[in-house]
Design a protein around this ligand. Structure first.
Ligand SMILES: O=C(O)CCC(=O)C(=O)O
Ligand SMILES: [Fe+2]
Length: 318
């Protein structure tokens, strides 16, 4: 399949809701100069304005968000070219051995609300276990496009020839707006106390939320890890767009609940980023120790999104 036909394939739902299948449902078809966030991503089925026009190099915008106390995220919106991204999306969609495992969450079994696959550089790494599930670790040597992506990610983060030393990769496939990942932190011991996680997004734009953990008991917020949307007020009431397209908001009201475990009354710091097709998000420092993140359900996310998170498993962490 050519790259343009593959792009059409992933944009097949576009006709259903013309110009509104960004994750937030906002129209991405501005006539004239774009002033919103959709100026070249194409994720979710918008045109590819801004991609290397006239042979110009892609602008690699960077956003560094200091979360405080040694936590930091960095967002690079145009990490890879649009066509390059669509080709990789198509390749991964058809070549990766996806599965949708059963997890155990708070003693309950539930089917993971997205497809995933775990790839590693070596079979001798300690096993990954999350939510009572230990995924099969496939070797990433069988997927040359992923090795090329790894190289690109390492160069972007490590600078020039620098090697970061990622040795594992977790892929998630969200087949539509009902697929999601609930509040969690990638704080498994095998990644060490300050993991560097590089997250590449392909396909449909989706919102990525960050919120500070509840320090008092260091437990997740009052939602099941895979069910988050209901505690957040509607985006229109909640999100305040700042000049750098990053949404920052705080709860305006106390959460209404008689349950003492949910009625903390503290205002949690939160951030939301729209993860675009071809973007790179890096989480570093104590982000996994002190913050939770999620990609909630979105009714308007009509097409497939694939997310890749490169991580480093510490060899002696078993
Ligand atoms: O899909 C995303 O952007 C996030 C995925 C994620 O948080 C994870 O795999 O741990
Ligand atoms: Fe995560």
């Amino acid at each position: 399949m050519s790259s343009s036909s593959s792009r059409r394939f992933f944009m097949k739902f576009k006709a259903v809701e013309e110009g509104s299948n960004s994750a937030d449902g906002s129209s991405s078809r501005n006539k004239g100069r774009r002033i919103d966030d959709d100026d070249g991503g194409g994720g979710g089925g918008v045109e590819e304005e801004g991609e290397g026009e006239g042979g110009k190099e892609l602008i690699k915008e960077e956003r560094r968000i200091e979360l405080g106390e040694g936590s930091e995220v960095m967002y690079m919106r145009r990490f890879m070219g649009m066509e390059e991204g669509w080709e990789l999306l198509e390749y991964l969609d058809s070549h990766i051995p996806w599965s949708r495992p059963t997890l155990r969450v708070f003693g309950r079994e539930c089917v993971q609300p997205r497809d995933s696959c775990y790839l590693v550089a070596s079979p001798h790494l300690p096993r990954l276990v999350y939510s009572g599930h230990s995924p099969v670790a496939y070797t990433w040597d069988h997927f040359p496009p992923l090795l090329r992506l790894l190289d690109k990610v390492e160069k972007a983060i490590g600078g020039g020839s620098g090697s970061v030393g990622f040795n594992s990769l977790l892929l998630n496939r969200y087949k539509g707006g009902n697929d999601y990942v609930g509040w969690h932190a990638d704080d498994e011991k095998l990644y060490g106390p300050t993991p560097l996680i590089a997250s590449v997004s392909l396909g449909c734009d989706r919102h990525f939320f960050l919120k500070k953990k509840n320090k008092k008991n260091n437990t997740p917020p009052p939602t099941l890890p895979d069910s988050t949307t209901h505690i957040l007020p509607p985006p229109s009431k909640r999100l305040k767009q700042s000049s750098n397209n990053q949404y920052q908001f705080q709860y305006q009201k106390k959460m209404k609940s008689n349950n003492s475990s949910t009625n903390r009354g503290d205002q949690q710091q939160q951030y939301c980023l729209l993860l675009k097709h071809g973007s790179l998000l890096v989480m570093k420092g104590y982000t996994q120790r002190d913050w939770l993140h999620s990609v909630p359900k979105r009714a308007n996310a009509l097409s497939t999104r694939i997310n890749l998170t490169f991580r480093t498993v510490l060899p002696s962490s078993s």
